[in-house]
Design a protein around this ligand. Structure first.
Ligand code: NAD
Length: 358
């Protein structure tokens, strides 16, 4: 197989803005069919990207289009049913997050893929970011000594505050939206990717800004009632008094703080905001008793930024080389379990144990 043939479902903003243009530049994969319930729109986009197969019905695409792997960029509630149908039809799957809504659904997909010998790669892409891989290598190699605390910022000022599209951001403040699913998922993938599975979760969460006003774009001035928690603080316990704090909020209007901090007995890692491309991706503080050295250093590696479709490249590479994808559904299932337990932990004021691992 020279190139993995892809069928993409969900021609929304991320598919049009990122996946289709980025996949078009890939040596390992090509999109041969697309599907969206908006038929005229799908036809228009297929013509624009020179894609031969166009469908408005997912079952028809599965039956009629000759493709090896699904790229699922549809809306969140459609992820699980479409992923399951694709696996049952013998297709490998790359899915946008979350690839399922519950641990039970995630397990159904993992078992279906395993039973059929199919591969799944699952967004978000943090474990394919070279700087995250390098931080993990340093942590696992003992550069920080015993890690005690990780702090991760997974917040912004709210989609109505940073209105980068001319779309109505109201749904972000309704059930199914909110910063936990939208933003917290990123911090949770980074922290558990660095430290491994957590043992328990506790959480503080609530509505901090009850009414929001859209600040720009086509819906400028619209008032939105906040119906889901907009301010969530997640705490994870990894055992042996290693803790992580992840803020997942739409209440951080601006910050100059690092996105990720890792503190250990022999050092610190501070993730940089990388405002400039030549800025190092993180800084390392080392306290080395043997060498008698103490201070801050930057990695000398030039670490490129990865693009959104790197997850599709991961899946295509895994199919072509018959290896496991880097972005595993087991890791994503663990994050889904944490997210599902955050609000119950906050409401009950308790710590909830975590059962999944990866
Ligand atoms: N937009 C972003 O910046 C962004 C960033 C990161 C992740 N994501 C994730 O990517 C996914 C898509 O986000 P988006 O912003 O592009 O959404 P979107 O609403 O712009 O697009 C979703 C598309 O899926 C189509 N669709 C839904 N159900 C379908 C079905 N059953 N069959 C066929 N088509 C169907 C819709 O018609 C729509 O065109 C989400 O999981 C989101 O969390 C988006």
């Amino acid at each position: 197989m020279a190139k993995v043939r892809l069928g993409l479902v969900g021609l929304g903003s991320i598919a049009i803005g990122q996946y289709l243009p980025q996949i078009a530049e890939m040596a390992s994969a090509e999109v041969v069919a697309v599907c969206d319930v908006r038929e005229a729109w799908a036809r228009e986009q297929a013509a624009r990207f020179g894609i031969p197969g166009v469908f408005n019905d997912f079952d028809r695409m599965l039956e009629d289009a000759p493709f090896d792997a699904l790229v699922n960029t549809a809306s969140i509630p459609a992820h699980f049913p479409l992923n399951l149908k694709a696996l049952q039809a013998g297709k490998h799957v790359y899915s946008q997050k979350p690839f399922a809504s519950t641990v039970e659904e995630a397990t159904i997909l993992i078992e279906e893929a395993a039973r059929r010998g199919l591969k799944m790669s699952v967004s978000p892409i943090h474990m394919l970011r070279p700087e995250i891989q390098e931080m993990r290598r340093l942590i696992q190699g003992g550069a920080l000594g015993k890690v005690s605390l990780v702090r991760c910022r997974s917040s912004h000022g709210g989609p109505e505050y940073f209105q980068y599209r001319d779309a109505d951001p109201t749904w972000f403040f309704q059930p199914g939206g909110g910063p936990l699913l939208d933003m917290g998922v990123h911090g949770l993938h980074q922290v558990t990717g660095l430290l491994g599975p957590a043992k328990s979760v506790t959480c503080l969460s609530g509505v901090s800004e009850a009414v929001r006003t859209v600040r720009s774009g086509a819906f400028d001035g619209k008032e939105i009632r906040t119906e889901v928690d907009d301010n969530t603080l997640i705490m994870l316990d990894f055992g042996q008094a290693t803790f992580a704090v992840i803020d997942s909020s739409y209440c951080v209007k601006a910050t100059q703080g690092p996105g990720l901090e890792v503190y250990g007995s022999a050092g610190t890692i501070l993730g940089a905001r990388r405002a400039r491309p030549d800025e190092p991706p993180f800084e390392l503080y080392r306290d080395d008793l043997h060498l008698g050295l103490r201070g801050w250093v930057s990695p000398i590696l030039r670490l490129p930024r990865v693009r959104q479709a790197v997850g599709v490249e991961d899946l295509a590479g895994a199919i072509l080389a018959d290896r496991d994808p880097v972005l595993t559904p087991q890791h994503a299932r663990h994050v889904i379990e944490i997210m599902n337990k955050c609000l119950p932990a906050a409401r009950q004021g308790c710590t909830l144990p975590l059962e999944t691992t990866f």
